[in-house]
Design a binder for this molecule. Sequence first.
Ligand code: SF4
Length: 384
Amino acid sequence: MELIRNPTRAVRIGAITIGANNPIAVQSMCATRTQDIEATVTQVNELVAAGADVIRIAVDNRKDVLALARIRERTSATLSVDLQENYRLAEDAAPQVDKLRYNPGHLYHHERKKPWQDKVRFLVDIAGEHDCALRVGVNCGSVDPAKLEKYKSGDSMSPMLESALEHCTLLDSLGFTRYCVSLKDSDPRKVIEVNRRFAAERDDIPLHLGVTEAGLPPDGVIKTRIAFEQLVSRGIGDTIRVSLTLPNPRKGEEVAAGLEILADIAAGRVRSVVDYGKDTLNIISCPSCSRVENEAFIDLAQRVKEVTEYATQYAITIAVMGCRVNGPGETDDADLGLWCGPNFVNLKRGGERVGAYRYDEILPHLKQELDALIAKKAASPTID
Ligand code: SF4
């Protein structure tokens, strides 16, 4: 299905462009020591081979910047540099890369008396001079201290949001629009909330999505998937990164996971109930995993699509989930839910249980429920 995307600006990063309905770019980051040139070039090549569109490399000091220049000589990959705490390194790093990432919360560490606005002006000048895009990368673990003081300790989202918005306003006022924003947290629910809030205020600015420190696969992939499902299905997100704890030879799995999650969302294969923002029938089915207890689930998901085709014009969500571990909870938000056990398929109306039926019996019961829902909508058109 075609996803409806937010009307974000086009932002060119080297050979690729994000935003403005361009394909969602998949990024990754080298986990090697930047000064280990051989290992970093090898990892860049592996990430490119895995399908990464942009690869980030961190620089912490002058030696890292010198290494970055040597890495650049050996790859034509689209590179982004992570400035970490020393924003002044941008001056020497920018000629080697296509994008500079700075963290508003880190601008305070150097030259504490200099206003942060002057530091951003410096970065804008450097980016302009060297044909680089910028990313304003806000992270839950390093929020601007002045913003943290303004909000209650339990509210970690508002300081992140305010910091990001303030930087956007400054960048715009400087006439620099070639930037994107990221708002990352390790809790997928917070990632969903803060990115939704940002997009509600600035739907023109491309968003780089990510759940930071998501952890080891498969849990890290699942957390990330849940956040991306809820955001990308709503048109939010122009580039993504899946951050996984992996040994260096397996780093390409981050990229593979990102590509798979995006393909699944576009096809309606999702683990959480999502709303694609369309006024038509929304059938989602989980992407399936080792927990599927009956192979018949795959065929059932396909058959559900076929037998409900007549109801395409109704804004109804039907969720088909493959197991009893996550299925019961993950169907709660759908209008009609089916979750599959080893021998029976459980049918739900919202959070309410309708019954359990054999795989070869379930479809007429689903159709009966669907017809009742359509009749209810016809009688009371305001129900959605
Ligand atoms: S619902 Fe169950 S089978 Fe489907 S992806 Fe989730 S855990 Fe796996």
